[in-house]
Design a protein around this ligand. Structure first.
Ligand SMILES: *[C@@H]1O[C@H](CO)[C@@H](O)[C@H](O)[C@H]1NC(C)=O
Ligand SMILES: *[C@@H]1O[C@H](CO)[C@@H](O)[C@H](O)[C@H]1NC(C)=O
Ligand SMILES: *[C@@H]1O[C@H](CO)[C@@H](O)[C@H](O)[C@H]1NC(C)=O
Ligand SMILES: *[C@@H]1O[C@H](CO)[C@@H](O)[C@H](O)[C@H]1NC(C)=O
Ligand SMILES: *[C@@H]1O[C@H](CO)[C@@H](O)[C@H](O)[C@H]1NC(C)=O
Ligand SMILES: *[C@@H]1O[C@H](CO)[C@@H](O)[C@H](O)[C@H]1NC(C)=O
Ligand SMILES: *[C@@H]1O[C@H](CO)[C@@H](O)[C@H](O)[C@H]1NC(C)=O
Ligand SMILES: *[C@@H]1O[C@H](CO)[C@@H](O)[C@H](O)[C@H]1NC(C)=O
Ligand SMILES: *[C@@H]1O[C@H](CO)[C@@H](O)[C@H](O)[C@H]1NC(C)=O
Ligand SMILES: *[C@@H]1O[C@H](CO)[C@@H](O)[C@H](O)[C@H]1NC(C)=O
Ligand SMILES: *[C@@H]1O[C@H](CO)[C@@H](O)[C@H](O)[C@H]1NC(C)=O
Length: 595
C-alpha cells in the first residue's frame, strides 16, 4: 500500500512505526547503481531429461478440527518436464502406459498408515490438463491426537505391476516419497475460525456461535483508514455502523488493537463484521506480535492476519517474516496469514513463503502516466510510482493474477488463495494522476474474480459517494448465498468466444447452477445477439441477472444443439454476471461433489 503511504502516517505514528521506503522491486535505483542486480525472479525451471511423475499431495483443508471425524487428502499427479521422479514407461511408448502408482500415506513420526490405495496412471497422470485435477482420499481423523503443531505426513509411491513386461526388481527401484503436513487442531470454544479449501483455494469461515458450521466465505471489504474514520474517538462507532449499513460486511481496519482501539474491534464484532487484522507494522517485534495476536485471536470477526504489506516493494528482509509467521501459527493456527505484494516478479518465493493468502496489490489506472507526471524514479518523496510492469489499464489485474499462478506452477507450489486489492478514488490527495471510472472500478473487481480471486479488498475507506454506492451494490451481489458458495467452493473456468477474444469470460459450475461473468474489454463494435456456446453446458433457466444491463435470453439456436445463452449489447468496459440453472444431472462436470 505504499502508493498512498502518506495516509498511513498518522496511524503508524501511534505505534512508532518506521516505514522502509520502497526500493521498488529492485528497479528504482538502477540509474545510480548500474550494476545493481534485481535478481530474485521466478523463471521457467530447467527441463528434466525425461518426462517424470510429478506427484504432490495436500490435506483437503489447511486445518482440521478435533471435532471432525473425517479427514481427506488430495493428490495431484501429472507427467512433468520440470519436476518429479523417474517412473516406468513415463516416456511415450506405444506398447505401455506409465505404471500405475501404488501408494501409502503415513504419519511420518509413527509410520501409521492413513491411506493405502492406487492411482490409475493412464487416467490421472496422462490426462492431467487443468491446474488442480486432484484425487481425493478420505481417512479417519481420529488417528491424530489434536495438537497445535502440524503433523508431517509422507506419501510413499511404488509402481504396481499392472504393466506386463518390466521385471519386478527393475520396477522396485522406482519408488519415492513426498512429504506434506496436516494440522489437526483442538476444538475451539471461543471466537471464529477460518480455513482454506485446498481444492478451490477459497475460504470457509466458522463463527463463534457454539455448534456453528464452516460456511462459504468471500471477503469483500475495504481497507479502512485510521484518520477520519476509525480513529475518530467521538464517531468511530457511528462511522462503522454507517459502513455496515451499506451491506459491506468485511473490512481491513488499518489500526492495531491497543488500549485505544480495543473498542473498535468490539464494535465490529457486535455487527458480525469480519476483518483482517493489521500486523504489518509490528511483525518484526515478537513481543508486539505476541501481545496483539493474544488479544485478537479469540474474537468473533477475525478472519485473517494481514501480516506483511508489500514486503517486496520495501525490499524487506525475509527471515523476520518467516519467524513472525511461525510465531503467529504457534499462538493462533486457526486463522490464515496474508501478504500483499506490489511487485510483479521480485523474490516472489521468499515473500510468499510465510503467508497462506496472497493479495495482489495492483493499482494500474494512471500508473503509466505517473512517471511523466512526477519525472521521478520512485524516490522517497513519492514512494511507489504506481504499478510494477503495468500497462496502465484494467487488464493489468488479470495479467498479474496470471503471473502469480504461473510462478506457482514454475515453483511447483500448490496454489494459495489470492485476493485482489482494488484501486478506488481516494478523496483528497492522490499520488496517481488518474482515477478509475465507475465502470473500471467494477471491471477490476469482476476481472479479479474471473481470474480466481477469492476476496476483494478495495483501497481505501472512506471513498467518494459514487464509489461507495458501486462497491456497496457489487459487494451485495458477491455476498448473496449462491454467489458466495460458488466463489468459495469452486474455481472459475475460462471461456473464449472465437470472434470476441477481448470479452473476458469465466464461468463456474456448482450443483446444476451456472454463473457466467463477462467483462467487455473490446473496442471493436458488434451489433446483434452474442451466443455463449460453453461446451457441454445447457442453461435452461436464467435465475438472476446479478450485474449489468445487457439483456439475456437462452434458446435452442440450432435444433438438437441444446440451449445456449445469448446476450444483447455489452457496453464498453461493462460487467455482466448472471446465474442460470443448467441441464442435466449427468454431466461429468457437474457430478464432482463439493461437500
Ligand atoms: C493446503 O494445506 C496445506 C497443509 O496444511 C497448507 O500448508 C497450504 O497452505 C494449503 N494450501 C492452500 C492452497 O490452501
Ligand atoms: C485405468 O483407466 C483406464 C482409462 O480410464 C481404464 O481403461 C483402465 O481399465 C483403468 N485401469 C485400472 C487398473 O483401473
Ligand atoms: C498394487 O495395488 C494393487 C491393488 O491394491 C495390488 O493388487 C498390487 O499387488 C499392488 N502392487 C504392489 C507391487 O504392491
Ligand atoms: C525403494 O527403492 C530403493 C532403491 O532405489 C530400494 O533400496 C528400497 O528398498 C525401495 N523401497 C521400497 C519400500 O520398496
Ligand atoms: C450476528 O449473528 C448472530 C448469530 O448468527 C445473530 O444472532 C445476531 O443477530 C447478528 N447480529 C447482527 C447485528 O447482525
Ligand atoms: C516491541 O513491542 C513491545 C510491546 O508492544 C513494545 O513495548 C516495544 O517498545 C517494542 N519494541 C520496539 C523496538 O519497537
Ligand atoms: C524525488 O523526485 C522529485 C522529482 O524528480 C524531486 O523533486 C524530489 O526532490 C526527489 N526527492 C528526493 C528525496 O530525492
Ligand atoms: C444442490 O441443490 C439441491 C436442490 O436445489 C439442494 O437440495 C442441495 O442441497 C444442493 N447441494 C449442495 C451441495 O449445495
Ligand atoms: C490496455 O492497454 C493495452 C496496451 O496499451 C491496449 O492494447 C488495450 O487495448 C488496453 N485495454 C483496455 C481495455 O483499455
Ligand atoms: C464491447 O464494447 C465495444 C466498445 O468498446 C463495443 O463497440 C462492442 O460492441 C462491445 N461488444 C459487444 C459484444 O457488445
Ligand atoms: C447500461 O447502463 C449504463 C450506465 O450504467 C448506460 O450508460 C447504458 O446506456 C446502459 N445500456 C443499456 C443498453 O441500457
Amino acid at each position: 500500500m505504499a502508493i498512498f503511504v502518506l495516509f498511513l502516517l498518522p496511524c503508524s505514528a501511534q505505534t512508532g512505526e518506521h516505514i522502509d521506503w520502497p526500493r521498488w522491486c529492485g528497479k528504482a535505483y538502477l540509474p545510480p547503481y548500474p550494476d545493481f542486480n534485481p535478481g530474485g525472479q521466478v523463471v521457467e525451471p530447467p527441463k528434466l531429461q525425461h518426462l517424470s511423475l510429478n506427484l504432490r499431495f495436500k490435506p483437503r483443508y489447511n486445518i482440521f478440527l478435533a471435532d471432525e471425524s473425517e479427514g481427506e487428502f488430495f493428490i495431484h499427479a501429472e507427467a512433468s518436464r520440470y519436476y518429479g521422479f523417474p517412473w516406468p514407461y513415463m516416456e511415450k511408448d506405444d506398447d505401455y502406459w506409465p505404471s500405475d502408482v501404488n501408494f501409502t500415506i503415513t504419519n511420518t513420526a509413527t509410520g501409521e498408515v492413513l491411506i493405502r490405495n492406487m492411482l490409475n496412471s493412464s487416467r490421472t497422470v496422462l490426462k492431467a490438463a487443468s491446474d488442480r485435477p486432484v484425487y481425493r482420499y478420505k481417512f479417519d481423523l481420529g488417528k491424530f491426537k489434536p495438537s497445535f503443531a502440524p503433523y508431517e505426513v509422507t506419501l510413499h509411491a511404488t509402481p504396481s505391476f499392472q504393466n506386463k513386461h518390466g521385471s519386478p526388481s527393475w520396477l522396485i527401484e522406482h519408488n519415492f516419497s513426498v512429504k506434506s503436513e496436516i494440522y489437526v487442531l483442538p476444538s475451539k470454544a471461543k471466537g471464529s475460525i477460518t480455513r482454506i479449501d485446498n481444492l478451490s483455494g477459497g475460504l470457509l469461515f466458522r463463527n463463534s456461535t457454539p455448534g456453528s458450521k464452516f460456511e462459504p466465505f468471500f471477503p469483500y471489504g475495504f481497507y479502512a483508514r485510521c484518520e477520519g474514520f476509525l480513529c475518530d474517538k467521538e464517531n468511530y462507532a457511528a462511522n462503522i455502523k454507517a459502513y455496515h449499513s451499506l451491506k459491506l460486511k468485511s473490512m481491513v481496519p488499518m489500526m492495531p488493537a491497543s488500549e485505544t482501539s480495543g473498542h473498535l474491534y468490539g464494535t465490529l464484532d457486535s455487527l458480525n463484521m469480519t476483518y483482517m487484522y493489521d500486523l504489518r507494522q509490528s511483525y518484526k517485534n515478537h513481543s508486539a506480535v505476541r501481545e496483539q495476536v493474544e488479544a485478537i485471536k479469540d474474537s468473533d470477526g477475525l478472519y485473517a492476519y494481514w501480516t506483511f504489506d508489500q514486503p517486496d516493494g520495501h525490499s524487506a528482509t525475509h527471515v523476520p517474516m518467516w519467524t513472525a509467521s511461525s510465531l503467529i501459527k504457534k499462538i493462533d493456527p486457526y486463522h490464515p496469514i496474508a501478504v500483499s505484494l506490489s511487485c510483479d516478479n521480485y523474490y516472489f518465493e521468499e515473500y510468499t513463503k510465510a503467508a497462506d493468502i496472497i493479495v495482489a496489490d495492483v493499482h494500474p489506472i494512471g500508473a503509466s502516466m505517473s512517471a511523466s507526471k512526477w519525472h521521478t524514479n520512485c524516490n522517497t518523496t513519492y514512494g511507489n510510482c504506481g504499478c510494477d510492469n503495468c500497462i496502465g489499464n484494467v487488464t493489468d489485474i488479470p495479467t498479474r493474477l496470471g503471473h502469480i499462478a504461473q510462478f506457482e506452477r514454475w515453483l511447483n507450489h500448490w496454489p494459495k488463495p489470492k485476493m485482489q486489492s482494488v484501486q478506488a478514488r481516494p478523496g483528497g490527495e492522490n499520488h496517481l494522476p488518474a482515477s478509475p471510472s465507475a465502470d473500471e472500478v467494477i471491471a477490476m473487481s469482476a476481472l479479479a474474480i474471473n481470474h480466481g480471486a477469492k476476496g476483494i479488498l478495495p483501497w481505501a475507506w472512506p471513498v467518494d459517494d459514487e464509489i461507495t454506492a458501486l462497491h456497496s451494490k457489487f459487494a451485495a451481489v458477491m455476498n448473496k448465498g449462491i454467489v458466495k458458495e460458488i466463489l468459495s467452493k469452486t474455481t472459475p473456468k475460462r471461456f473464449q468466444l472465437k470472434k470476441h477474444k477481448l470479452l473476458d469470460v469465466s464461468y463456474w459450475l456448482f450443483n446444476r447452477t451456472l454463473m457466467l461473468s463477462v467483462v467487455n474489454l473490446s473496442k471493436d463494435s458488434y451489433v446483434g445477439p452474442l451466443k455463449f456456446d460453453v461446451p457441454h453446458i445447457e442453461p435452461i433457466s436464467i435465475q438472476h441477472v446479478l450485474w449489468g444491463n445487457a439483456s439475456w435470453d437462452h434458446r435452442e439456436v440450432e435444433l438438437g444443439y441444446g440451449m445456449k445463452l445469448r446476450a444483447f449489447t455489452l457496453d464498453p468496459m461493462s460487467t455482466n454476471i448472471l446465474v442460470s440453472m443448467v441441464c442435466c444431472e449427468n454431466y461429468p462436470s457437474l457430478s464432482e461433489d463439493f461437500d
